[in-house]
Design a protein around this ligand. Structure first.
Ligand SMILES: *Cc1c(COP(=O)(O)O)cnc(C)c1O
Length: 388
């Protein structure tokens, strides 16, 4: 058995090494490191893949969120609602821009923002909702769009974990994650589903005026060289990262499939255990209850995250590490309890789900190169621990 890794980027690279090495060398030969034609080319390829009018590449997924909020003209004191159970970048940029973060509870089944909690959190100061498509599955966008419309709010999709995922509306139409709200953002951090070999990110929108504004903001607020119309930032995707992404984009659907197949294999291994809840796939495309669809990308499994019941989760985590199985707790602390974001506005009673999830979740190795003997070993080690 190959040693198990949380994310196996090396084996993935080896499959496309020729193309990657050649295209990186070409950038070096041309010394077109910043804003080379490769960046524009990747931008167009991604626009086509996502079926979105505008992709604005930038330096990373955190910048993408910040720039999206700047582009929408959100101002100090505006309230922005997001999920309590996510990576801190989402709330970090809200705070950094002196907007007021409002954290709300999530659904236990999908780990995504809870619609009732979202509705309850809306006040006259609310300006935007930031659903995070956590672990590779879209939040309940149909309900979110409805709430946003009723209260005249912007929807900013944090799509760092779900690029390539489809969202199916009740009427059967599908749209790519990140292209459904007013604006979507993503990260090309190496371990993400579409990762480059350094930092990278992008913003998506179908709104021409917003796209124009965002293209200025990423480039020091310049629309004409050395004329600065507004306060911007410096946030670029460099050409070497763009060629890596162009080499990987044609494989993204296959990558998502490989992840989904690995998830199915895990699901099957755990289905007899009363102590394990496998990740839920709950949206409109799904005719098979909780099973993973064969044909659609409704969940792209950035993470494969279990909930364990009546099991000492921390001891299980340690047991797996002791058996050379890398695994992780995403996330061990809810954002409302983080030192940086704690606030007397928050009431513990409003976060029953996140407060429970932090004690019961565990994310297993998940990547495009997982092999069945590795998954058998992982599952056996977990089940032996639970049933001992
Ligand atoms: C990774 C991630 C980000 C940040 O992306 P970076 O490229 O690391 O800045 C933001 N939000 C979520 C949900 C993420 O998973």
């Amino acid at each position: 058995m190959k040693p198990i890794e949380m994310v196996d980027l090396k084996s993935q690279y080896k499959r496309i090494k020729g193309q990657i090495d050649t295209s990186i060398q070409k950038v070096i030969d041309n010394t077109s490191f910043i804003n080379g034609p490769e960046v524009k080319q990747f931008q167009q390829e991604l626009e086509e893949y996502l079926d979105v009018k505008h992709v604005i590449p930038c330096a990373n997924g955190t910048d993408a969120l910040q720039i999206a909020m700047m582009g929408l003209g959100l101002e100090q004191g505006d309230e922005v609602i997001t999920a309590d159970f996510t990576f801190a970048a989402t709330v970090e940029v809200i705070a950094l821009l002196k907007l007021t973060p409002v954290l709300v509870d999530v659904e236990a089944e999908t780990f995504n923002i809870d619609i009732e909690a979202l509705k309850k959190a809306i006040t006259p100061k609310t300006k935007a909702i930031v659903p995070v498509h956590l672990f590779g599955q879209c939040a309940n966008m149909e309900a979110i769009l409805e709430v946003a419309k009723e209260h005249n709010l912007y929807v900013i999709e944090d799509n760092a974990q779900a690029i390539g995922a489809d969202y199916t509306f009740a009427n059967g139409t599908k749209q790519k994650a990140g292209t459904i709200g007013n604006v979507g953002t993503t990260s090309f951090f190496p371990s993400k589903n579409l990762g480059c070999y350094g930092d990278g990110g992008a913003i998506f929108t179908n709104d021409d005026d917003l796209a124009h504004k965002l293209r200025g903001i990423v480039n020091h607020g310049m629309y004409q060289r050395y004329y600065h119309d507004e306060v911007g930032v410096n946030s670029r995707l460099d050409s070497i990262q763009a060629v890596v992404l162009s080499a990987k984009l044609p494989h993204l659907d296959a990558y998502c499939n490989a992840r989904r197949n690995a998830a199915k294999y895990y699901n099957n291994a755990f289905k007899a255990s009363k102590n394990i809840i496998t990740p839920s796939v709950t949206y409109n495309c799904n005719k098979n209850g909780n099973e993973i669809c064969d044909t659609c990308n409704c969940h792209v499994f950035h993470q494969y995250t279990l909930r364990v019941i009546d099991v000492d989760r921390n001891a299980l985590h340690q047991h797996l590490l002791d058996n050379n199985i890398p695994c992780a707790i995403y996330y061990p602390v809810p954002l409302h309890s983080q030192k940086a974001y704690a606030d007397e506005r928050y009431n513990e009673a409003d976060f029953p789900v996140t407060n429970e999830l932090i004690k019961s979740v565990i994310s297993l190795p998940m990547h495009t190169e997982l092999e069945e003997d590795q998954q058998d070993f992982i599952a056996k080690t977990i089940l032996n621990f639970i049933n001992k």
